[in-house]
Design a protein around this ligand. Sequence first.
Ligand code: NAP
Length: 268
Amino acid sequence: MAKTLCGRSVSDFGIGTWGIGGRSSPETGNDKGDVEAIRYALDKGINVIDTAEMYASGHTEEIVGRAIKEYDREKLFIITKVWNTHLRYPDLLKSAEQSLKRLGVSYVDLYLIHWPNPSVPIAETISAMEKLVEKGLVRNIGVSNFNVKELQDSMDAAKTCEISANQIEYNYVKREAEVDIIPFCEYNKVDVIAYTPIMKGHIASNSPLKKLGQKYNATPIQIALNYVLKRSYPIPKSSRKNHIDELLGALDFRLSEQDFIELRDNRA
Ligand SMILES: NC(=O)c1ccc[n+]([C@@H]2O[C@H](COP(=O)([O-])OP(=O)(O)OC[C@H]3O[C@@H](n4cnc5c(N)ncnc54)[C@H](OP(=O)(O)O)[C@@H]3O)[C@@H](O)[C@H]2O)c1
């Protein structure tokens, strides 16, 4: 399952970081273990890491920075996001520079607007994002949690860059995105990045996933991840080696077209 993000060949899924190093504020107690978990994923061939300035008020980016510093930067694909209270032109430039500093890198591969903010004109925000690309601090720009109208507005506002990706919640249980935003992204060649792709791990008892798991000799989580791989680029989060191994096991098989359809229509 070769995957691309922003036109670049990348690992079949990326690794998320929400909760690493804290949630709304920093928690430093497990930094060493978190760094090791990210390195474990990288050593297993995952080269995409998703983070955000908001996560643990910046501490998550610091942990990612520590984890990646011995790795070849050019082989990695780092995504980070600007929080939606920082979408004014000067605020966004400042946020990006601070993220780069915490990550210890000179550029990120993809910079996303974390959530829309209707009180800031989208043209102003996109113009700041384009400035970052011009300065070489960001390779691609995109959005997150944008509906069709918001995405269309951001695409209309973009003058020198494409809107390359929309990161949205998409998993086997939450599939509203299949109705409108995913088809819109597919039509417009905007990459769909799926967050919460394994429903936070709370799917062990999901009957259709369990049933199909028996056929493929796979766990419900592996079936769920395989399902979203079909139409998106998932970024599951895990800080445990055995869980990362289980996630990677989702790449050992591919759901047949018929099973995918049956699962989608809940007939599995
Ligand atoms: N753009 C946005 O607004 C937005 C919103 C939410 C999330 N995100 C991004 O998307 C990433 C993924 O989403 P998420 O963290 O919300 O949810 P998720 O990836 O669906 O689930 C993560 C949870 O599942 C557990 N887990 C992982 N592998 C498992 C396994 N094999 N068996 C059982 N449990 C397992 C993890 O615990 P362990 O660590 O203990 O394995 C963690 O608690 C985030 O980390 C973040 O980078 C973005």
